[in-house]
Structures are given as structure tokens and as C-alpha cells.
Design a protein around this ligand. Structure first.
Ligand SMILES: Cc1ncc(COP(=O)(O)O)c(C=O)c1O
Length: 373
């Protein structure tokens, strides 16, 4: 049996190889290696694709979050609500500015931030909420906006895993104050190195972010404030620009894979969909696209009852990754957690989704097809 890799970028990139080579040659011959018209053209098309007023190419998804937080003046003494189940960068960017990440539970069915728990965690120092549209599925943008308005706080959407996902026709990264995404190679729009994008509908915030992206500089060599080097390379922009029109097709292909796994797995003994009220005896819970417009960045299974997928399938037919919340296991973490998130007043709770289950990403269809496993 062949092992299915977790991700194979070869076919996607090989199909565009000739165009990449031309773009590389053009950039090489232009001698323009920092920002410039190639980056601007890419940003313009990203903004049109997402339905936003401003899009700024930046050095990574992490820097996109950092830049958005800096442009909102979030720092020492401020608290930011974010999900306890996400990639480290969401909380790391908050902590790096001296602000405090406040962990909020996630919904156990779609893993997006639970606004009921968020309401319990809001305090006088809360300045912002950072919803994470995890695994390619948009959270409820209407509810997020209403929540932020009710509590008079800012919204930074962490859409690193969800570029192209929609909520009732609206794109992620188009609501709130800022959106941030990543072009890390495994994302649905994956670059050939690191880079990311910041979006906003607000002219003043866009201007501030543009200045902070280049060390707070405007005009040249006049530094209004301390920013950083958050620039995206024009070569990266040129390569991504070639891939951008193909993003809907990449998203469709991932949805096709998800449909395939659903068809192969649904209805088998011990397997149910991860919906409220799912069969308690199920050994494996399949992901559900509740928004109906997700982009399936990952096909994430839950293994309930404290079991581990390894125990269910000692010899898995596919590569996998176990996804964890952004910290280290309790026993080993004491000193290291203190170093990473020493300002957090909370001991981050184990998210509800993980108290009884272990979310994992794994391609299993082959094993289950034909009654194996
Ligand atoms: C949810 C989330 N936020 C932020 C990031 C950071 O993006 P980057 O790796 O481009 O810095 C990632 C990357 O995997 C992510 O998944």
C-alpha cells in the first residue's frame, strides 16, 4: 500500500513551472528586489479577490499579525482574547508586544473561538479579539462583529489557514479592523518561502500599517516611529501572483479530497460526523464544514474518549500531524511556559474540544476503504 503524503506540492507547482521561470528572469533582470510594482500588482489583485479596500504584502503570517497589532497600538497592559487551540503565532505575536494573551475556549465541532466563553473573559483591559478561522473554515463573521461592537474592542482575523473561505458570501479578512494570512507553502495559496498579507477596509489603519512595515519611515529616511522590516519580496509576490488566479481551483481540489474521505468513511461502524449530539460510541469524528464555504486547509479528525489515533491505527497508511494548542505539555512546560507567556494571568484551560478528544489531521480513507483497519 502506498503512503499518502500529508501534502504534495509537486503537481501544483510543476504545472506552472514555465511561468515561474519567466517571472524569476523578469525580476532578476529588473534589478528591483525590494517592494515595487510587482508587489503592488499582487496586492491589488489580492484585495480584489478578498473584497477588501487594502492589502499589504508582508514577510510572513506571523508578521502580518504583529503588524496589525502594532497598527492598533496594542502593547503593555492590554489583553487580547484568542482561542486556546491555534498555532503558536497567534498568541506569540500578542506576547511579543508585551500584551497579554487571554485564552478562550473553542467550539468542539468546528474549532473556532467560542464567543460565549469570550464574553466571560472580557475585562477592562481587553483591547481586541483575534478569531482564528482554523483548518480553513470561517467563523461566524456577523457574530464576531456584533461581539466586538458590544464590547468596544478591535478585531484582528487570523486567517492564516483560510484565505478564500467565506461566511455567507463574505470573505475572511474582510471584516473587523485587520485580516492577516500566511503564504507558508502548505497553505491553500502557498508561496516558495515565507510571506503573508495584511488586509483592512480602513484607510487610516492601512496607512499606519504601510509606514510601520518599513521601520515607521515616511518620507524616506524620516522615521516617525519604531516599526520593523515587514516587507514582502517582489520575487515572492511575482510567484504568488501567478498562483493567485488558481486559488479557487486549489480550494475546489481540497474540497474534492474532503468529499472523497467523507464518502469513503461516512456510515462505517464507529465513524460519525463531528456534529452536536454525534454518536457517543463513535471512535472517529469526521470534520463538518458548518459554514458551507470552507477551503479545507486541513481534514481534521477527532478521536474521542481519550484514545489516540495511533492506538486505532498502529500502522497508518497516510502521513499525519497531531495538532496541539500553543503551549507545551503541563509537566514539562512549567518554566518554559512562564518564559513564553509569563504575563498571562490564566493557566490556559484545556479546550473543551481536547478534554475528551484529540484532534488530528490524517488521511485515512484508504485504510477504511475495503474494510481495512
Ligand atoms: C493559525 C495560524 N496563525 C499564524 C500562522 C503564522 O504564519 P507564518 O508561518 O506565515 O508566520 C500560522 C501558520 O501556520 C497559522 O496556522
Amino acid at each position: 500500500m502506498t503512503n499518502v503524503p500529508l501534502l504534495d506540492l509537486g503537481p501544483q507547482n510543476r504545472a506552472l513551472e514555465a511561468q515561474f521561470e519567466t517571472a524569476f528572469r523578469d525580476v532578476l533582470r529588473s534589478n528591483m528586489f525590494i517592494m515595487g510594482p510587482r508587489l503592488e500588482a499582487f496586492e491589488k489583485d489580492c484585495a480584489a479577490f478578498l473584497g477588501v479596500k487594502h492589502a499589504l504584502g508582508v514577510s510572513s503570517g506571523t508578521d502580518a499579525l504583529l503588524l496589525a497589532l502594532m497598527a492598533l497600538d496594542i502593547g503593555e497592559g492590554d489583553e487580547v482574547l484568542l482561542p486556546s487551540f491555534t498555532f503558536f503565532a497567534t498568541a506569540g505575536s500578542v506576547a511579543r508586544l508585551g500584551a497579554t494573551p487571554v485564552w478562550v475556549d473553542v467550539n468542539p465541532h468546528h474549532f473556532n473561538i467560542d464567543l460565549t466563553d469570550a464574553a466571560r473573559k472580557v475585562g477592562p483591559r481587553t483591547r481586541a479579539i483575534m478569531p482564528v478561522h482554523l483548518f480553513g473554515q470561517s467563523g461566524d463573521l456577523d457574530a464576531l462583529e456584533a461581539f466586538a461592537a458590544a464590547h468596544k474592542i478591535r478585531v484582528i482575523e487570523d486567517a492564516a489557514q483560510s484565505m478564500g473561505a467565506r461566511w455567507k458570501g463574505r470573505s475572511t479578512m474582510s471584516s473587523g479592523d485587520f485580516g492577516a494570512t500566511s503564504f507558508f507553502p502548505s497553505k491553500n495559496l502557498g508561496g516558495m518561502g515565507d510571506s503573508g498579507l495584511v488586509t483592512t477596509q480602513d484607510d487610516a489603519l492601512a496607512e499606519r500599517a504601510r509606514i510601520l512595515r518599513v521601520h515607521g519611515m515616511q518620507p524616506k529616511y524620516f522615521h516617525r516611529e519604531v516599526g520593523a522590516n515587514f516587507r514582502m519580496d517582489p520575487l515572492q509576490a511575482a510567484l504568488l501572483h501567478i498562483k493567485l488566479p488558481h486559488l479557487p481551483e486549489y480550494n475546489c481540489a481540497r474540497a474534492g479530497n474532503a468529499n472523497f474521505y467523507h464518502a469513503a468513511l461516512k456510515g462505517r461502524a464507529g465513524i460519525a460526523e463531528n456534529r452536536p449530539g454525534a454518536d457517543k460510541a463513535a471512535k472517529l469524528l469526521l470534520p463538518v464544514d458548518f459554514s458551507g464555504q470552507g477551503i479545507w486547509n486541513q481534514f481534521t479528525l477527532r478521536v474521542p474518549g481519550g484514545r489516540r489515533l495511533r492506538d486505532l491505527l498502529p500502522d497508518p497508511p497516510a502521513s499525519s500531524a497531531v495538532l496541539r494548542r500553543p503551549e507545551l505539555p503541563r509537566r514539562r512546560q512549567r518554566t518554559r511556559r512562564r518564559a513564553a507567556f509569563r504575563r498571562s494571568p490564566q493557566r490556559p484551560d484545556l479546550p473543551r474540544a481536547q478534554r475528551r478528544t484529540t484532534p488530528v489531521g490524517r488521511r485515512l480513507a484508504r485504510r477504511f476503504r475495503g474494510g481495512e483497519g
